[in-house]
Design a protein around this ligand. Structure first.
Ligand code: FE2
Length: 271
C-alpha cells in the first residue's frame, strides 16, 4: 500500500549554494517591499516568530521545532507534488510537505511547480495560528471524504481558493493570506488593488462549485472575515454538503451570480 513514508526525502540543506541563498534573500526582500497594507499581518508576524528571514534558506528542523511546540505541525521534505490522497494524509497528520529546491534565477516571477520559497515563505507561517492549523487538518479530512466520493476537483477548489489564493477582510481593508499570492510579486498587489478580479464573500459551497485557472492571475477571489469562519465551514455534515453540491452546476471562473455581492478592492498603495 502507498504510504506517506514513500514520498519523504532527505532535505539536504548543505547542498544549497551561496547563489541560492542570495536568490532566497532577493525573493524575500522583494516581497517585503510590497507586503505592508496587502498581506495579512498574521503572516508577517509569523515569519518573524518562525525565524524565517532573508538571511538564508531556512532549515526545516529549526522551523519544525517551533511549530511542533505551537500547533503540533511539522515540515517534511518531498521531491515535488505528491499524489492527492498522500497529500491529504500528510496534512491530516499535521505534516506539511515542502519541496527543498529553489527556483532558478530566470524563474523569479513564475514557476509552475512549487519550490521551497513558495512552500516555506508562503505556506508555513500561518500554521503557527491555532485556528488555521486546525483548519488545515479539517480541510484534509473533508478532502479525503470528497475523494471517496470521486470529488477530488471540489477538494482542490477549496485548497486553491483558501490556502493558495484566499483574501481576508480586516478593519484596515483587504489582505491576502494565500500562499500562492504571498509568494508572487505581481499577484500580491493585484489581488487586493486591481479592479479587474471579482472578490466574493466566502462560502464553502460557492468555492466548491467554482472553476479556477492555474496559468494566470485569478479572475475571482473569495474573502473570509476570520480564520474561524474557514474552520467552522469544514464542520458541517459532509454527506449533506456533497449531496447538495451534486444538484448544483459548476460556476465559471470570474462569474458573479445574480444577487451576489462583490467586495471593492483597496485603494492603490504607493509602494
Ligand atoms: Fe502551494
Amino acid at each position: 500500500m502507498d504510504s506517506i513514508d514513500n514520498y519523504i526525502i532527505k532535505e539536504n540543506w548543505d547542498a544549497f549554494t551561496q547563489q541560492e541563498h542570495d536568490l532566497w534573500k532577493y525573493l524575500f526582500e522583494r516581497q517585503m517591499t510590497i507586503f505592508d497594507g496587502r498581506v495579512a499581518q498574521e503572516h508577517i508576524d509569523s515569519l518573524k516568530q518562525l525565524n524565517i528571514s532573508h538571511d538564508r534558506i531556512p532549515k526545516f528542523e529549526e522551523i519544525s521545532t517551533i511549530l511542533r511546540d505551537r500547533t503540533g505541525w511539522e515540515i517534511i521534505a518531498v521531491p515535488g507534488l505528491v499524489p492527492a490522497e498522500i497529500f491529504f494524509e500528510m496534512l491530516k497528520n499535521r505534516k506539511f510537505p515542502s519541496t527543498c529546491f529553489l527556483r532558478k534565477p530566470d524563474q523569479v516571477d513564475y514557476l509552475e511547480e512549487p519550490d521551497i520559497f513558495h512552500d516555506i515563505f508562503g505556506h508555513i507561517p500561518l500554521l503557527v495560528l491555532p485556528t488555521f492549523a486546525d483548519y488545515m487538518e479539517a480541510f484534509a479530512k473533508l478532502s479525503l471524504k470528497a475523494m471517496e466520493r470521486g470529488d477530488l476537483v471540489r477538494a482542490q477548489r477549496i485548497y486553491w481558493f483558501t490556502v493558495e489564493f484566499g483574501l481576508i477582510n480586516t478593519p484596515k481593508g483587504l489582505r491576502t493570506y494565500g500562499a500562492g499570492i504571498v509568494s508572487s510579486f505581481k499577484e500580491t498587489v493585484y489581488c487586493v488593488e486591481d479592479p479587474t478580479p471579482k472578490r466574493i464573500p466566502f462560502s464553502l459551497e460557492r468555492v466548491m462549485r467554482t472553476d479556477y485557472r492555474i496559468d494566470d492571475l485569478q479572475k475571482n477571489y473569495f474573502v473570509i472575515d476570520s480564520y474561524e469562519e474557514l474552520f467552522d465551514a469544514t464542520l458541517q455534515d459532509h454527506t449533506a454538503l456533497f449531496d447538495a453540491l451534486d444538484a448544483l452546476p459548476d460556476i465559471e471562473a470570474g462569474m458573479v451570480l445574480e444577487g451576489e455581492v462583490t467586495i471593492a478592492p483597496n485603494r492603490p498603495h504607493s509602494t
